[in-house]
Design a protein. Structure first.
Length: 121
């Protein structure tokens, strides 16, 4: 069961670059948030044999109890906020983002993948 959410996380990461090529930054950030959320849930499934019904990245990071991940989220707190906002905004409201938010978020996702031992390819 671990591999399926990991593969979906990678897929969301990859399609975010397609969204950018179409000028859809808000959708790209939504997809990056989904990549992180699925990666964190896969990690929790693997380490705790549990899949929490939590959507907040902040809460998921805390549940993971992974030092690398907690340090990254603490250093890049504004990216976590942006991604959580993009998740809510992508589903319910129109939010506008640009390349700067996308690039910071993409780097954060790559860092999350590294902390969790997930290749982004």
């Amino acid at each position: 069961m671990y591999e399926e959410p990991v593969e979906r996380a990678k897929h969301f990461y990859r399609i975010s670059s397609y969204d950018i090529s179409a000028g859809r930054y808000e959708i790209a950030l939504f997809h990056l948030e989904q990549a992180v959320q699925l990666a964190l849930k896969a990690y929790l499934l693997k380490t705790l044999a549990d899949l929490p019904k939590v959507h907040s990245l902040k809460e998921l990071v805390e549940l993971c109890e992974n030092e690398c991940l907690m340090r990254l989220a603490d250093e890049e707190w504004y990216v976590v906020d942006t991604l959580e906002d993009a998740y809510i905004g992508g589903r319910y409201f129109i939010r506008r983002y640009g390349r700067k938010e996308y690039e910071a978020s993409r780097k954060f996702v790559e860092g999350v993948f590294r902390c969790l031992g997930i290749s982004n390819t």
